[in-house]
Design a binder for this molecule. Structure first.
Ligand code: AMX
Length: 410
């Protein structure tokens, strides 16, 4: 269980020297601090505590959570104890769940998730980041399952069970209407892998960075995670999984299910000509295909090989990169994690893409919470990192009119 299957891959990474050219680049390549949970290497992909994520895809989600929190795999006894702690903390106060019934059902599920974290924080935040991280990790499947049930009108939230694993319990609490045993088993298998693949992605992805920035002002864990989830809600970040599935469906509708590659190529070129983004492709750090996309497609071959959307995803994986690759400004034309996840979720019975980003959030709160614990409780010999405060230059026009006239910094 303690095997080290691969090495951390940050050595040799080139970082940008801070110059005027570093401005308005979204802090690309600007080092900020240390990440103790995971690393992203442009060429090699994502590593959790030094281990390639694709090699962890089939591990037990609760054990991977333990790894991210403790930087070591649990022994069998530690694993059993951790599972007990999660069960002991999983009950969400009824008033929090009752508040969901007051929300407009037209509101996007990510707005519901931000509400859920904010409301739970009113009754559950203790100010102790470690305690709150465990509590939120235990409760987040309950919150997300309740968001599905109440917003979709499937019925009242289902209480968590003590006898089920972390993701098994989540799928049980979803109680997707009409899902037969075969699809339930497939959805459970998918959610176990999906959860593991989305837990963490280095220190600088937008939602993680926002969560840590908010926590740097000593906001509590729930406030920090609420802000992080608002950051995840954008289409260039977490909502790309919803947008990508909708794009896959559009391809299927427009070119039919005959997988007409030329028809798909024409669609892609037309979208690019219209200045539209091709969701599920590209990355701010990776310069190769996202290994999580490969892992999800490999799972798709097992659970939904004949699904039309899934076949379209595979076709897009082949036809999109050569087209994006002809544009020299696009740094990475390859599929990212969001390219395949939606088609698998749809095939396994979660047929409303509006919810795909809350599933990303369900998982990502774990990595962000673990990183907040480091920055608030462990960094600088336990003093914590200082409040985030980068410098901006004062300029009346910025670069809105080309070159900026810089008057002072602050
Ligand atoms: N389709 C169209 N244009 C793209 C593109 C894509 N898939 N990927 C990059 N570009 C464009 C950018 O918009 C940018 O245009 P600009 O110079 O006019 O602003 C230019 O190419 C250079 O971008 P880049 O350096 O290659 O990428 P980036 O670091 O600025 O952005 C990302 C990264 C992911 C936002 C971008 O690739 C993108 O928008 N992809 C589609 C959305 C997506 O799938 N997001 C999910 C990412 C993973 C995640 O967080 N879940």
């Amino acid at each position: 269980m303690n095997q080290q299957t691969s090495k951390p891959a940050t050595q040799g990474t080139k970082y940008m020297e801070i110059t005027k050219e570093s401005l308005e680049t979204g802090l690309r390549g600007v080092p900020v601090g240390y990440c103790t949970t995971s690393s992203v290497d442009a060429q090699k992909g994502l590593f959790y505590v030094g281990q390639a994520v694709e090699e962890l895809a089939e591990r037990d989600p609760a054990e991977v959570i333990y790894l991210l929190f403790n930087k070591t795999w649990p022994t069998a006894a530690q694993s059993a104890e951790f599972a007990k702690q999660l069960v002991a903390a999983q009950q969400v106060p009824p008033a929090v769940l009752a508040s969901f019934a007051t929300l407009p059902r037209t509101g996007h599920p990510m707005k519901w998730l931000v509400h859920a974290l904010n409301t739970l924080g009113m009754v559950d935040a203790s100010g102790d980041y470690r305690k709150d991280a465990l509590s939120l990790t235990a409760k987040i499947p309950v919150l997300v399952a309740a968001i599905f049930r109440v917003r979709e009108g499937w019925g009242a939230p289902l209480a968590p069970r003590a006898d089920l694993g972390y993701m098994e319990n989540f799928v049980y609490m979803l109680g997707v209407p009409g899902l037969d045993a075969d699809k339930t088993a497939k959805l459970t298998k998918l959610m176990r892998v999906f959860d593991v693949l989305h837990f963490d992605h280095g220190g600088g992805n937008l939602s993680t960075f926002v969560g840590k920035a908010v926590a740097s002002g000593q906001a509590d864990l729930y406030e920090s995670l609420g802000a992080a989830m608002a950051a995840l809600a954008g289409p260039l970040h977490g909502k790309a999984n919803q947008e990508c599935l909708e794009f896959v469906q559009e391809c299927v509708v427009k070119v039919g299910d005959k997988l007409n590659a030329d028809g798909v190529r024409d669609m892609i070129r037309q979208k690019l000509a219209n200045k539209e983004v091709i969701f599920g492709f590209g990355h701010a750090v990776l310069r190769v295909e996202d290994p999580r996309a490969r892992a999800l497609r490999a799972l798709g071959e097992k659970i939904c090989p004949d699904d039309t959307n899934f076949k379209m995803v595979k076709l897009l994986t082949e036809v999109v990169p050569p087209i994006l690759g002809t544009n020299p400004k696009i740094s990475n034309p390859h599929p990212n994690v969001d390219s395949a996840s939606g088609s698998l979720l749809m095939a396994c019975g979660l047929t409303n893409p509006d919810y795909y980003t809350v599933l990303f959030g369900l998982s990502r709160v774990v990595g962000i919470a673990a990183q907040i614990i480091y920055e608030r409780c462990e960094a600088r010999l336990g003093k914590g990192t200082p409040i985030i405060r980068p410098a901006y230059f004062y300029s009346p026009t910025g670069t809105a009119k080309g070159e900026a006239e810089i008057l002072s910094s602050g």
